[in-house]
Design a protein around this ligand. Structure first.
Ligand code: PLP
Length: 455
């Protein structure tokens, strides 16, 4: 099934202004889904979907999601459904072991894992924990002095978290990363900036590194950054929302070397790990920091197990009170695939991305812009040498031309002022023939744009 575009507001004209007074027939509803809803759906599971990052579905993930929908528990405290809390702790310990995370992240000690809805919620909760921990140390009145650091390639979720956490906008340092470091954060630049901030009385308290940035899969140097964070008493968060999945393979695990320095680590199982949206795995070394920032204890939720401190109550590790039974689907994915199949899955996509990278490299009209690390290829059509057609406009037009076919869906980014096309392999059904077909569409559209005759 191919992705399809539709015009803004298309649905309003197709549906009535208000809900029916009397029940409709199920068949009627299904007919409307077919005729009115599906034409406006972008098919993220299509094998021809190469945009943004993937959002995997699988039979195992889907079944887990269905079971969870059927049971429909609301597991905010252990007592509200003991299996939900306990399975979540166990499954995140399993996944932590698959990623070879340090033992401090396991639930047996002071740390543990929790499933958040998204990576954005994950960075928000750890930022709140870090903020309150810093304020306990330096005094409540120091909020306006607290400074957050990350590269300018960090996902905008961090900026949003800062806005919510009351971090002053001018204290959110998004340090420039460029092609000299393949868009990774430079520890030297970080060190210089922190020294300048300390000199004027500011308080560095949070550093966010990314493994697999959203634009180009850049990998920040965790070990150097983490040591730096530690020596400055900063919370060190690692966002591996997309690329974390690859680190279950021994040959890619080195990309998170240095995670032992981190206070928190996040990976989206709903991206590239066959687990239906939403399922964002977050681990912390010190769960009490989260609980101190986020717990409440109203009378109507009091119970023996919680009062006796015998259990984890995940309501104190997240923003909302209510929470779904999300661990079921992750547990089913881990059990029904097993580590070896999951590793093969990741490897097959990385191999396909390499194949695409080779195809691009063989066509001299194109260039691969940043070295491919995982399953994303960043590339662009080179502007003709007469410079008549500006490269950014050309690639923007190429993106539109390719996506308007409705047969392939890719997305873009901007790196150092250059408009770049992103080809992210990661949909579960994608095979080499889909990659080849997408490349043919790209080549044909490029040929048409450049005014060449079709080859
Ligand atoms: N961090 C990175 C590196 C990402 O690539 C993304 C999304 O693509 C996010 C965070 C935000 O993810 P979420 O939608 O789970 O908040």
């Amino acid at each position: 099934m191919h992705v399809k575009a539709s015009k803004p507001g298309y649905l309003r004209n197709l549906l009535p202004d208000s809900a029916p007074n009397q029940p409709d027939s199920f068949q009627h509803v299904l007919d409307d889904i077919q005729a009115k809803i599906l034409p406006g759906v972008t098919h993220w599971q299509s094998p021809n979907y190469f945009a943004y990052y993937p959002s995997n579905s699988s039979v195992a993930g889907f079944l887990g999601e269905m079971l969870s929908a059927g049971l429909n528990i609301v597991g905010f405290s252990w007592i509200t459904s003991p299996a939900a809390t306990e399975l979540e702790m166990i499954v995140l310990d399993w996944l932590a072991k698959m990623l070879k995370l340090p033992e401090d992240f396991l639930s047996a000690g002071q740390g543990g894992g929790v499933i958040q809805g998204t990576a954005s919620e994950a960075v928000l909760v750890v930022l709140l924990a870090a903020r309150d921990k810093a304020l306990r140390r330096v005094g409540k009145g120091a909020l306006e002095k607290l400074v957050v650091y990350a590269s300018d390639q960090t996902h905008s979720a961090l900026q949003k978290a800062c806005q919510i956490a009351g971090i002053h906008p001018e204290n959110c340092r998004l340090l420039k990363a460029n092609s000299s470091t393949n868009y990774a954060l430079s520890p030297e630049l970080l060190s210089e900036t922190i020294s300048q901030d300390l000199a004027i009385g500011l308080i560095p308290f949070f550093l966010c590194a990314t493994v697999g940035t959203t634009s180009s899969t850049a990998v920040d140097p965790l070990l150097a950054l983490g040591k730096f964070a530690k020596s400055n008493e900063m919370w060190f968060h690692v966002d591996a929302a997309y690329a974390g999945s690859a680190c279950i393979c021994p040959e890619f695990r080195h990309y998170i070397d240095g995670v032992e320095e981190a206070d928190s680590f996040n990976m989206n199982a709903h991206k590239w790990f066959l687990t239906n949206f939403d399922c964002s795995a977050l681990w912390v070394k010190d769960r009490s920091a989260l609980v101190q920032a986020l717990s409440t204890n109203p009378e109507f939720l009091k119970n023996k197990a919680s009062q006796a401190n015998m259990v984890v109550d995940y309501k104190d590790w997240q923003i909302p009170l209510g929470r779904r039974f999300r661990s079921l689907k992750l547990w089913m994915v881990l059990r029904l695939y097993g580590l070896e199949n999951l590793q093969c899955y990741i490897r097959s996509h990385i191999k396909l991305a390499k194949h695409f990278e080779d195809l691009v490299a063989q066509d001299t009209r194109f260039e691969v812009v940043t070295p491919r690390i995982f399953s994303l290829v960043c590339f662009r059509l080179l502007p003709p040498s007469n410079g008549e057609y500006h490269g950014n406009k050309l690639n923007h037009e190429l993106l539109d031309a390719v996506n308007s076919t409705g047969n392939v869906f890719i997305s873009h980014t901007v790196l150092s002022g250059k408009y770049i096309l992103r080809f992210a392999v990661g949909a579960p059904l994608t095979e080499e023939k889909h990659v080849n077909a997408a490349w043919k569409v790209l080549q044909d559209k490029a040929t048409a744009l450049l005014g060449e005759s079709l080859r």
